[in-house]
Design a protein around this ligand. Structure first.
Ligand code: UDP
Length: 258
């Protein structure tokens, strides 16, 4: 059953997070792919999904252009345990994290069932190909439209556009990290020959085994951030945004009660 209804939203630091779980996200993607296929691309722009974690929300506070790009996206899914924590505090508990890293699996599983063509764009050279091979083995029948590292630089656009136009994907995974991937999709979406484009950050690195993903017990206890800090200690400066996020959410809540 395809669901076109707009999901409810929760405002976290001025960004409207969509109250979706994986099931609803997949239904929306399903609807958008069907709509785009039915229109043969005419008048139906590529839909943009942003996988929003606390870093996005702190960055959006400091970068109005990023906040505006997030606002224009068709769906802002709650990636990151901190987003679930904040939603709970705002009185809108969310079912689950909708992460890019798990999302590429769920979407490829659905794509194999439905015959959607998927394209893997981004990460270091060779990583997209490895990711696609692993997912194609995991989900028999998956139609991989193509793989390309490329880059979000302007000069790369003609090459990427040619590759996408000749392979005609339904789903475009973009792994350039935030905010670059989200700006890139936002800037190009009216020309992107795909039904849905989703920024997935380091998801290819996890699937291809380039970066270790937190074990399930840590993910279940919302400790993925701690695993990242231990295995990728050079990210410590970026991770200072987490306590900043907590402080800003508490401030938003306090102001809401005034
Ligand atoms: N990346 C890329 N081109 C760039 C910058 C980054 O392909 O110009 C890739 C990088 O190789 C990695 C991903 O983007 O696979 C960024 O992962 P990260 O976990 O840092 O994503 P974030 O948490 O910033 O969304």
């Amino acid at each position: 059953m395809v669901n076109f209804a707009r999901p409810q939203q929760v405002n976290i630091l001025g960004v409207a997070i969509d109250c979706v779980d994986f099931a609803l996200t997949l239904d929306l993607i399903d609807a958008w792919v069907m709509q785009r296929r039915a229109s043969e691309g005419l008048g139906v722009p590529c839909r943009q999904i942003c996988t929003v974690n606390p870093e996005f929300l702190v960055d959006a506070q400091r970068n109005p252009a990023f906040a505006a790009a997030l606002a224009r996206a068709d769906l802002r899914v709650p990636d990151g345990a901190g987003v679930l924590w904040a939603a709970q505090r705002m009185g809108r508990p969310l079912r689950e994290r909708v992460t890019g890293s798990d999302g590429i699996d769920y979407i490829c599983e659905r794509a194999a069932l439905r015959g959607w063509r998927v394209y893997f764009l981004g990460a270091a050279p060779g990583v997209a190909e490895r990711t696609a091979a692993i997912l194609a083995a995991r989900y028999p029948g998956l139609q991989v439209a193509g793989c390309y590292a490329g880059s979000p630089a302007e000069a790369e656009w003609p090459e990427i556009r040619t590759r996408l136009e000749t392979t005609a994907p339904d789903i475009l995974f973009v792994a350039y990290g935030h905010p670059r991937q989200d700006f890139w999709i936002d800037r190009r979406r009216h020309e992107l020959p795909a039904a849905v484009a989703i920024g997935v950050g380091g998801a290819f690195d996890f699937t291809a085994g380039v970066a270790p993903r937190a074990p399930l017990w840590m993910r279940r206890r919302n400790l993925e951030w701690l695993h990242r800090l231990i295995t990728q200690p050079w990210r410590w400066r970026r991770m200072l945004k987490l306590p900043v996020f907590v402080g800003l959410v508490l401030l938003q809540q306090w102001r809401g009660k005034q």
